[in-house]
Each structure stands twice: as C-alpha cells, then as structure tokens.
Design a protein around this ligand. Structure first.
Ligand SMILES: NC(=O)c1ccc[n+]([C@@H]2O[C@H](COP(=O)([O-])OP(=O)(O)OC[C@H]3O[C@@H](n4cnc5c(N)ncnc54)[C@H](OP(=O)(O)O)[C@@H]3O)[C@@H](O)[C@H]2O)c1
Length: 331
C-alpha cells in the first residue's frame, strides 16, 4: 500500500528552537493503545493515517505498554511492515526515566539505566538509532552531570541523533541548560512538558527558558487525555470506549469531574462558534505560542487523528476568544 504522495504539501512544519529538527505541529504518541492487547490493524491504521497527513513524528518511551516495552515492540513491527522504505523521513523518539525493570538500575536517571534502556529500546524498535532520546524526568538522587552527560554520550555514540528532556520545569531545567552550555555538550534539542488549557505551568515556568537556550517544545496531553474533547460532554458521563473507562488507562474516572466537564461545555461553545470540534480548539490553542513546536496527541482510532489535524485549518485567535478561554481555564 502506497502512502499519500502529497503528504508534505499541507502540513505547516515548525522548526524546533535553534536546531535542524522540523516537526509537524501535531505529532502522535504511543503511551496508550499500542500495548500487548491492542488491535494490531488499528495501530497500523493510526500510524499510516498519521503519516499520510504529514505526521512524520512518532513518540515512544521504554515503559509504554502495557506491558512496559510492548508499544516499542509493536511500533518496531509496524515500522518493518509499513515504513521500511521511509525510515529517513521519520522522527522516532523514545525516553527512559520511569520504572522499567526491577532493581535500582531499572528506573530514574543513572548513566547505567539510560544507556542500557536505550539499547533495549533499539532492539524492540528494530532500529540502529532513534532520532530523539529523552531523560523522561529529573532524578533528585543522581547528579544532573551524570544524567545529562549520559545524553551527550548517547548522541556521540550515534544511538540517538538528538537529545531532550521531559518534565524538567523552572530551575530544574535552567540548571540542565546551564550545565550543557558550560561543558560544551551536545545542545539539547527538545523539551517535552505537559501542557493544556487545564495545565498552564509552562507559560510561567518554562517557555522563556527554552527560548533563551534554543530548544523546541513539544507539549504532551494537550487534550487532557481526552477530557478536552467532545467525548465526555457528549456522552454525559464515561463512555465505554474511553480511556477513563479502561482499567489500564492512566485517566481515572475521578479525574473526569463535573467541574471540569462544565468548563469543557463552555469551551465547546467557543469551539462551535469557530466551526471547530473541542479537540481542534484545544490543539489550536496549545499551538498559539510559536515557541511551542508541536502538540503531541494520543489516539485510539484513526478518525481522531484526522479530526485533530484539522485544528490547523483555523489556528488564529481573537483577543476576545483568548479572554473567554482564560475565564473558563485560567492560567
Ligand atoms: N513525557 C511524558 O512524561 C509524557 C506523559 C504523557 C504523555 N506523553 C506523550 O504524549 C502523548 C499524548 O498523550 P495523551 O495520550 O495523554 O494525549 P491527549 O491527546 O491529551 O489524549 C489522547 C486521548 O484523547 C482522545 N482523543 C484524541 N483525539 C480525539 C478526538 N479528535 N476526539 C475525541 N477524543 C480524542 C483519545 O481518548 P480515548 O482513548 O478515550 O478515545 C486519546 O487516547 C503520549 O502518547 C506520549 O507520547 C508524554
């Protein structure tokens, strides 16, 4: 099956900070729905749909599953089945930082964990290198010289082309960026923080720093794991086919509160007036600051990816719209 030959014509790619990396404003992550029990043909269809739309970036981590590692194994299989002729067009990322295997070397940020974990990820993915490798979270007990030095080593070894950090906010990030500059290490290319209308911390704790040090920013969970879509408000509760209903999902029913749904209903009125779905409004909003390179979404079916990419058809906001969003989702 051929891919859409016009896939690069309509995607307004954005440059990641001061680097050579260029990403689609909407990228696809495999945190959920690519694990052991996922429907393989649906996973293939999601990746193929994304690529056909110009989404050339797929984001993974060592622990994505369930079981941990399963998403990388599945994506490795799909890369072989469908993308073998397209490896050089793709940006594949993975991370290490959360629990992966038993014992003190299967978690956090030691050099041993990061190096061993990436070796395992490459085997599961069937790749010689990943494009981006992240430290998934700061480790309060390992010196940052060791964690960030391991990223420099990994890039110099050619096992990753670029390095990044995820979930380092404020001073945690500034310390890292200063260290890299002082040591003359491989510059960090990307930061992957959480950002949505319901979690606006990066506006005050990160974006000024990533801009100063030249990193791009790819924001995860811009749809609040599905809450910032029409899914829960249309159902008036928790639909069966939702992440909140999935016992293995990271979204729990008690996070889908009446207060949040009330706000989403208000936000959905703004979306409707703009001719957008709620998901499209949430994505366009997350991308309104040009310092944000990409909004990293998840999906459970291909149609959701198509819906999300249409956010790019209407990405400008009036001051009145932004003020109305601030009322419902204050910073
Ligand atoms: N660095 C980190 O620490 C970290 C943490 C979390 C995530 N991430 C990355 O970010 C990626 C995205 O995270 P996320 O899955 O939480 O993102 P998200 O985009 O906020 O939520 C994705 C969920 O929203 C629903 N959805 C998506 N498009 C929709 C649409 N058009 N209409 C209705 N519902 C829609 C689906 O829920 P249903 O499944 O209910 O259909 C989907 O599974 C992950 O895969 C991972 O790569 C990174």
């Amino acid at each position: 099956m051929e891919f859409n030959l016009k896939r690069y014509e309509h995607m307004p790619y954005r440059r990641a900070g001061r680097s050579g990396v260029v990403l689609p404003p909407v990228s696809l992550g495999m945190w959920h729905n690519f694990g052991t029990n996922a429907d393989h043909e649906n996973c293939r269809a999601m990746m193929r749909t994304a690529f056909d739309l110009g989404i050339l970036h797929f984001d993974l981590a060592n622990n994505y599953g369930p079981a941990p590692g399963a998403a990388e194994t599945r994506v490795g299989r799909i890369l072989k089945e469908d993308f073998a002729a397209h490896r050089d067009e793709l940006i594949i990322s993975t991370k290490a930082g959360f629990t992966m295997w038993p014992g003190p070397y299967g978690d956090w940020g030691s050099k041993k964990y990061l190096v061993a974990s990436l070796d395992q990820s490459l085997k599961r993915l069937g790749l010689d290198y990943v494009d981006i490798f992240y430290s998934h979270r700061p480790d309060p007990n390992t010196p940052i010289e060791e964690t960030i030095g391991a990223l420099d080593l990994i890039v110099k070894q050619g096992k990753a082309l670029y390095a990044g950090v995820s979930n380092y906010l404020g001073e945690d990030f500034v310390r890292v960026a200063e260290l890299v500059a002082r040591r003359g290490w491989t510059p960090l290319t990307l930061h992957q923080p959480r950002y949505s209308m319901f979690d606006r911390r990066i506006e005050t704790q990160l974006l000024e720093h990533t801009e100063r040090y030249g990193l791009g920013v790819i924001v995860y969970s811009p749809l609040e794991q599905g809450i910032l879509t029409n899914k829960y408000i249309d159902a008036g509760g928790i639909p069966e086919d939702s992440r909140a209903a999935d016992p293995e999902g990271f979204l729990t029913e008690d996070q889908v509160t009446q207060d949040r749904l009330e706000r989403v209903r208000g936000l959905n009125e703004i979306a409707r007036a703009r001719g957008q779905s709620m998901a499209q409004l949430a994505i366009a909003w997350a991308l309104r600051d040009p310092r944000v390179t990409s909004a990293l979404i998840g999906a459970s079916r291909p149609e959701q990816i198509v819906d999300c990419v249409r956010a790019l058809d209407n990405s400008a906001f009036s001051d009145e719209e932004l003020a109305a969003i601030d009322e419902l989702a204050p910073a």
